[in-house]
Every structure is written in C-alpha cells, then in structure tokens.
Design a protein around this ligand. Structure first.
Ligand code: ATP
Ligand code: MG
Length: 394
C-alpha cells in the first residue's frame, strides 16, 4: 500500500477497536488501483461525528454538518466522514439534507460513479459493491444506479463525468452518456464556480480531447458561460493532435484564441466564468504574446510586458497550433532583457529631482520613456547613463 495509507492505518485501527467500521474511499482508492499518485486519503466510517471526536485528541470540525471531521495525526489531517445518504434533492444541486447511517452500502450508493464507489479496508482489501473494479479495468465511467436519477439529483455530476474521462482517459458508458445528453440543460442550475472547477480539471487532464468530445457531443457545453456559439472552436480544439495543457492560463488562452476574442472579449468571458482577476491578467498576457508570435512581431517591449511565465504559455500554444516557433531563441531574447521590471530600472524619482526635473506628471512620463529605451536597448541600464540622458533630453 502507498505510504499515505500505511500512515493512516493506526487511525483506522483506533476507530475499529472502538467497535465501528472504517474504510478508505473516493479518489485515493481509485487512483491507487490505477497506479496513479495520490494526494490525500479520505476515510468513511460508521461512527457518528461526535463518536469520532471522542476517539482522538486533535480533531477539527471541517464540515461537521455533512459528517466530516478532520483527525490530526503526526502533522497530517485525515478527512473522516460518517456514512451518509443524501435523501431528497429538489433543486438539482446539493442535497436538502444528509442523513447519517451505519451502512457502508448506503454510503457507496450515493456516490457518483462506480469507480468512485470502491472502498478499501485498512489491510488493503477492496470492497466492490457496484462492480467498480470491472469498470476501472475496462476504463469506463458509469453512474452508480440509474443515471437519469443521479444527474437529476445533482447536475454537477455530468461535468464530473467528462472531467474523469479526460483525467483517466476513460469512456463514458452508453446509458450514462445518454442520460447526460438528456439532462445537459440542468447544468444551468449549478453555480458557475463549481462548473469551472470541473471544466479546468478536464482541460488539464491527461487526455483533454477525450473529455471535450463528450462535453460537445452531449451538449453540455451549451449550458456553460458564453459557449452557445463555441461548438466549432471546441471542435478545433479537439482536432489539435496530442493536445496537452500545462496550466489554467494556457487552457483559457487557447480557448479565447480559438474563439477569436479581442482582449475586452477575453476579459468579459473570463469574468463570466468567474475566474480571478489575476487569472484574467495572465490569460491576456498569454494571448497577446501568442498573437505576436503567430504574426511574427515579437520585440523586446512585447516580451517585457509579457513576462517569462506567460511567454512560456504562449510558446507552448504556438507550438500546439503548429506555428514554427523558436522557443530557445525567444527565451534567450527575454532572458537578455536588461530589466525584467520597472523596479530594476537604474533610475529613481529622486535621481530625476537631482537632475532638475520638477515633481509632477512629467516625472512619470520621463521614467516611462527611459524604461522603454532601456528595454529596447537604446540606453544602458546604468545610473550614470540614465541620469546623463535625462539631463540632456529636450
Ligand atoms: P480528485 O482526485 O479530483 O479529488 P475524487 O474522486 O476524490 O477525485 P472528490 O471531489 O474529492 O473527487 O470527491 C471524493 C468522492 O466523493 C468521490 O470519489 C465520490 O465518491 C464522491 N463524490 C464527490 N462529488 C460527488 C457528487 N457530486 N456526487 C456523488 N458523489 C460525489
Ligand atoms: Mg478527492
């Protein structure tokens, strides 16, 4: 067993010694069986939250109303959730209430896909009540129970299906995929922030095109922000051979490029998808640099405004779009810039005053002029050269 499980065994044993059941559940079990790396392990137990808390010295109520208590042990936190059912769903999203139960089967039954409904005992034994192992071995994403009902209960699961298809390079089972097609419009009931999380995980997965094909074919895309007319852009994306997206800004950058968006359109689109302002900045830099590369008009000033991170994003995209791109040349040109930011300019406002410039808007103008000339190598970034330049200008 991976060390994450080994380290958690004493916790499981403590719970079981008190007469309760405890299992590893969720993504960590699935990913271990797929020989993938795992991040954190989740535990499901028949013990009620108060019973869990009574067994351990240090616990945190991370989601006690849903039955989740974090057990702190040798510096690691273990999310431990009481077996529960999610009874009545009326608004196509979160359950109205959760009911704690003592039965593992009830808990596994409420989970989204069979591959996510496996449980593992502390000793590594797998409990497979919904044929999840077969689906795992055959690379299939299949709803637990009746897919129509499951997507009616919680429409986010439809996005999770395409996300896992991409992350695992799995196929969505026929009835499950049909149910997504039938219920796609329910996605409108889900908060954009939550859709975005799954959408980005899909794009950053190992086979984004696999997830995207289902995302388009089921019609899910139509119920995402600003995607009504995006079908052909998404299809172009699917056609990119060996599409791999290393980070979020690159993923958004590609989409906005394929949608032919201007900078203002890109900003508005990302706002509608509820991304952070920092992400919007990063995507704008990426797409501007991408256009410059594709149109063969890269210069020092553009590189300087872009910055290294977004330059790498843009180079990556240019390559995926099959544009001949001199990656090393561009990075060297960037690295050879005399300054990478205004802070590195060897001239300050104080220097300007000493040189006789009066405080006011003129100061900023001169600094901006000097900054640009240094970036374009018309001036050397040394205090002597720059103060000399300021004294002699006009
Ligand atoms: P990841 O590796 O991305 O964390 P995960 O499978 O662990 O994948 P989580 O969102 O962390 O996904 O959820 C943990 C588990 O909770 C899932 O494996 C699944 O069993 C269950 N689950 C999560 N979201 C839902 C949902 N919307 N409907 C039903 N079950 C869900
Ligand atoms: Mg998880």
């Amino acid at each position: 067993l991976p060390k994450e499980f080994e380290e958690a065994r004493p916790i499981m044993q403590t719970i079981e010694a008190a007469g309760f059941e405890a299992y590893f559940v969720g993504g960590s079990v699935r990913d271990t069986l797929l020989h993938k790396e795992i991040h954190d392990v989740d535990i499901a137990t028949s013990a009620y939250p108060e019973e869990v808390k009574a067994l351990f010295h240090k616990t945190v109520d991370t989601g006690i109303e849903h039955g989740t208590v974090m057990i702190l042990d040798h510096g690691i936190g273990y999310e431990t959730t009481t077996f529960r059912t999610e009874s009545t769903y009326q608004d196509y999203r979160r359950p109205d209430s959760v009911t704690f139960v003592r039965s593992l089967k009830e808990d596994l039954k409420r989970r989204d896909f069979t591959i996510n409904a496996l449980a593992m005992r502390e000793n590594g034994e797998i409990i497979d009540l919904f044929a999840g192992l077969d689906d795992l071995n055959n690379g299939i994403i299949k709803a637990v129970g009746n897919p129509e009902e499951r997507f009616n209960e919680d429409a986010l699961r439809m996005m999770r299906a395409v996300r896992f298809a991409s992350q695992l390079n799995f196929k969505i089972e026929v009835e499950t995929e049909k149910a997504i097609t039938n219920h796609a419009e329910l996605l409108e009931k889900i908060a954009v922030e939550r859709i975005q999380v799954e959408f980005i995980k899909m794009l950053l997965g190992q086979e984004p095109a696999v997830g995207l094909v289902s995302f388009v074919e089921t019609g899910l895309f139509q119920y995402c922000p600003d995607f009504k007319d995006a079908q052909s852009a998404l299809e172009s994306m699917i056609k990119i051979a060996d599409l791999r997206l290393p980070n979020e800004a690159t993923a958004w950058g590609l989409i906005c490029h394929l949608l032919n968006f201007s900078s203002p359109q890109t900003s508005q689109f990302l706002k509608n998808w509820k991304t952070s302002n920092q992400m919007i900045e990063s995507v704008l830099k990426t797409t501007k640099a991408l256009n410059a590369i594709l149109e063969n008009r890269v210069d020092n000033w553009m590189l300087y405004q872009t910055g290294r991170t977004e330059l790498i994003n843009a180079i990556n995209l240019a390559q995926q779009l099959f544009a001949a791109t001199d990656e090393a040349g561009l990075l060297t040109q960037y690295d050879n810039l005399q300054i990478k930011s205004k802070k590195e300019l060897a001239l300050t406002g104080k220097d300007l005053m000493t040189a006789g410039v009066k405080p006011g808007p003129q100061m900023g103008q001169i600094l901006a002029e000097v900054e640009r000339k240094v970036v374009e190598n018309e001036l050397t970034n040394s205090n002597d050269v720059l103060t000399e330049y300021v004294r002699n200008r006009k």
